[in-house]
Structure formats: structure tokens, C-alpha cells
Design a protein around this ligand. Sequence first.
Ligand code: EPZ
Length: 416
Amino acid sequence: MDKLKIVGGKRLAGEITISGAKNAALPILCAGLLTSGDLALANVPHLHDVRTMLKLLQQTGLKVSQDGEQVTLNGAAIDKLEAPYELVKTMRASILVLGPLLARFGEAKVSLPGGCAIGSRPVDQHIKGLEALGAEIRLEGGYIYARAKKLKGARVVTDMITVTGTENLLMAATLADGETVLENAAREPEVTDLANLLVAMGARIEGIGTDRLVIQGVEALHGARHEVISDRIEAGTFLCAVAATGGDIVLKNTRSDILDAALDKLREMGVILTTGPDWIRAQMASRPKAVSFRTTEYPGFPTDMQAQFMAVNCIASGASKVTETIFENRFMHVQELNRLGARITIEGNTAFIEGVEQLVGAPVMATDLRASASLVIAGMAARGETLVDRIYHLDRGYDQMEVKLSQVGADIVRIK
Ligand code: EPZ
């Protein structure tokens, strides 16, 4: 199992190029199931989850060709309408094949995703929405069996805002008969990126970027070319790193208009941010000030940035309060941060952090994707050596994080 060895105390300086967004690439790859045409995608990140999704799609018969960040899909020869447990259990986003397979082929057999470290994360809203569109769904032996001669447009109000739930129903609705209205739709930029791709494929969608999507079903979708949106969470993660260590970095190939809530909090911490159309510069010369926040759906503070900001709060001046409202168990990084000398206590879904002058390096263990990122940030700010174990979690969502950080002065090496 790979580990990262980090020696803290290095200021960061230089440029980092941000990769394509994992949470846009995953649903966009599934859109390849919706057409027999070519889907030519650019800026697809090199991530473990993307490799898993491509493997899952190929076993349905979808053709995949890859050249660096360019991926071309073709769904003309799909002959296996299922997603097996051994692949789905490693990546919950596999559920995103359900809507497309059902919409185009009228049936699908998809393993129910297990829970994961950050919560139970059921898919009941995906199922409720597809049943509203006329699908017959049976759960048996850990699998979802879905059938529908032809999906029929309907009005769907999900019980809560769900990102992949919105994406699954949106893809299904593009080929349903008639009009579908998705109320309470997720507005994350990754949902918008998927919707823009579907429109390029010939789908008819109104209200993109709002919480009410209106889709007129069409007979078929054709191929398209698309560049995956930049990863706002990767960008935010590196901005937290410079907030914690101090320095001056420029992020390239990024956008500054899809991360407002996090950028506001970084400015509150004392980070000097300047932005351009595809770059963000972050300068930090002082100890960060502690900031409190609560995670909410977009455009509020992103839950995927909670652990990274908590790492900065650990060494900030003052006390802070972090409330996690999206997932019921997304504080797995707390006990690991406390091993580095942080002072964090938890009451329900709120963590109370008392900033300390200095963290001290120690061996710690990653438990989930964003928790791993927060341990890397804390290790870079700590005095001495930190060993982060189980970094396969990190590799799911970050493309060679240690290489990108070493290039701007961090002392991080991967130990096989
Ligand atoms: C997406 O997960 C992201 N993953 C997550 O990113 C992100 O944290 C999350 O959205 C919230 O922004 C991808 O896009 C691949 P939800 P998703 O459905 O869609 C409950 C990362 O770090 N819920 O919006 O699975 C659910 O339990 C990952 O990159 C139901 O109860 O999240 C959660 O409490 C982690 N029933 C809340 O809603 C359902 O049918 C929001 O979940 C669906 C969701």
C-alpha cells in the first residue's frame, strides 16, 4: 500500500495546472451510453475513479479509445446492460449507468452501491425518480433490476438535493416521451457541465444551472465533442495548501467563478487572491485566521472542501466551528488531525477547532478521498515528518497530487 512521506515547513511558490473535474467526468462518461455516435471528450483527468468507470463501461460493450486526456467513446455495440457488484462496490458513481441504460435500452441490472466511509449514501431518490418516469424497479440480491418499454416524462421532486440523483434522472429524461420537470435539482457546476454536453448531443434542456430542469424528450441523441470543466475541488485543495504553508502560487487551467464560497473563506483567512478567466493566484505571508462555516449544496460552501479547510483551521489563529450538513459521517479526518496535535472536538455534526501554533508530524491514516487531502495539507504545515498511509483514497480523486505539490516546493515523496 503506497504511503506519502511529507516533511513540513516548506513555503509554496510556482504554478500548478489543474486537471479536469472528476465529478463532471464520471457522469459525462456515462452519457456515452446514450448514443450510438462518437463522444470525443477532452480534459478527462487521469484518476483511479475514471479508470474504474471506463472499465465498467467497456464491459457493457461501449468502445473506448484514449490518448492522454482525450477519450473517445462509442455506444453503437452495447450488448450487456449491467454493472456488476465487483466494480460498483469500489465506486458509488457506478450508479450513473442506470439512467442511461434504462432510457436507451429499456432495461438495466445495476448492483446497489455499498455504503462508504462518509455515510450510508442510499440511492432511493434515483429509484423514486426513475419509477416516476415509468420504470418498473425490483431490488433483489443486492441488485437493482429496472425495466421500461419507454420512459415517460413526469414531474419529479426529490426529497433532498442529490447531485448524482439529478444527473441520473436528467440523462434518463433526455430520451423519455414528453416533458420531464426535475424540481429541487442540484446546481453544482458538474451537473451544468453534463447538461451542456447533453444539449450538444441534441437533448432539449431548459433551466440549466437552476434548481428546476425542464427536459423535452427526443428520439435519439447524436455524438458530440466536449471539454470537461476544470476541477474546482482540486483547485480549492491547493489553495488551502498555500493558506496553511504560506507562499505564492498560480493555478492554471482553472476557473474562479465556480468556487465563490470557498474563495470568500480563503480571503477571510487572510489569503490574497487575484483571479483571471482561467487562473487564480494565491499569496499568503501570515498565519491564517480561523474561519467558521457550514457546508450546504451549491452555490453554498462545498462539503468536498470541508476537510481541507479544517486542516488550515487547525493551525489558524483563533477558534472555529465547522458544521457538516450533507453527510452524516464526514469527520473521519478529525482523529487523524488530532494525532498531529490539532485540538478538535465534535458535537453531533459540528466540529469545534482551537487553532494551535504548530502541528507536529506523525504517522496518520487516510480514510476517504477528501480526508486524505486534509492530512497532506496538515503534514505540509506540521513540523517534522508525517507519513500518510492508505493513499489509494487520494489517488481516486487527485492526479499525482504529490508531484504537483513537489513542483512548487513541497517536500513530499511517494513510498511504494
Ligand atoms: C456527489 O455525490 C459527489 N460525487 C460527492 O463527491 C459530493 O460530496 C456529493 O455529490 C455532494 O456534493 C460525485 O459527483 C461522483 P448526493 P452523491 O446524492 O451524488 C443523500 C468527492 O469527494 N441521498 O448529492 O453521491 C446522501 O446520503 C465525492 O468527490 C439520499 O439520501 O451525493 C447525502 O447525505 C464525495 N438518497 C445527500 O443526499 C439518494 O438517493 C447528498 O448526496 C441520494 C442522496
